[in-house]
Ligand binder design. Structure first.
Ligand code: MC0
Length: 142
């Protein structure tokens, strides 16, 4: 089902400051930036590697406000790993299969994600405390 780790999402207070840190420290490059109003984030993708199913990235996330998923996470836990995203060939099919195994789906159908991807989240309490995201890359990235 999982083809690769698509990205690790990291919650931060200051996106520009954190981008500069990752560029300086790990020599990573930002390949995309986006404001995703639906998810309540301003985000940047830093490229790590390319694989058969698509790329893998670090995703830096700054909340658009306190009453958003990342805003609440920062208030409760501070900066750090917010979620892990796995690449799947078909997110709709993966949701059906995983939901059928009793895992709570935070999204019943795919939403818009970074760089034209289709995404859906699984409840962290059903996945060992890890907020889990499914990512279907757009055709051009696959
Ligand atoms: C909350 N919990 C987490 C967590 N957020 N556990 C692990 N990782 C996280 N990120 C835990 C809380 O500590 C709590 O546990 C329990 O889950 C319920 O949390 P809550 O505080 O009561 O509820 P909310 O309202 O904060 O909701 C949490 C939930 C929400 C995960 C359901 O954040 C959500 O729907 N997230 C999915 C969407 C999302 O995160 N979007 C932002 C990234 P206790 O033990 O205290 O009960 S968007 C993105 O990443 C896009 C742009 C992309 O990748 O392309």
């Amino acid at each position: 089902m999982f083809m690769r780790i698509d990205h690790v999402g990291i919650a931060c207070h200051d996106l520009e400051e954190k981008i500069a840190f990752f560029e300086r420290t790990f020599e990573l490059t930002v390949v995309a930036r986006e404001v995703n109003e639906e998810q309540g984030v301003k985000e940047a993708m830093l490229h790590i590697a390319d694989g058969e199913g698509g790329g893998s990235y670090i995703q830096l996330l700054e909340p658009l406000g306190p009453d958003t998923p990342v805003g609440k996470f920062l208030a409760k836990r501070g900066e750090g790993v917010h979620h892990v995203a796995f690449g799947v060939p078909d997110v709709t099919q993966a949701l059906q299969e995983i939901g059928g195994r009793g895992i709570r789906l935070l999204d019943e159908k795919p939403r818009h994600g970074s760089m034209g991807s289709s995404i859906a989240f699984l409840h962290p309490k059903d996945v060992g405390g890890m907020l889990t995201e499914l990512v279907q890359a757009p055709e051009r990235r696959a």
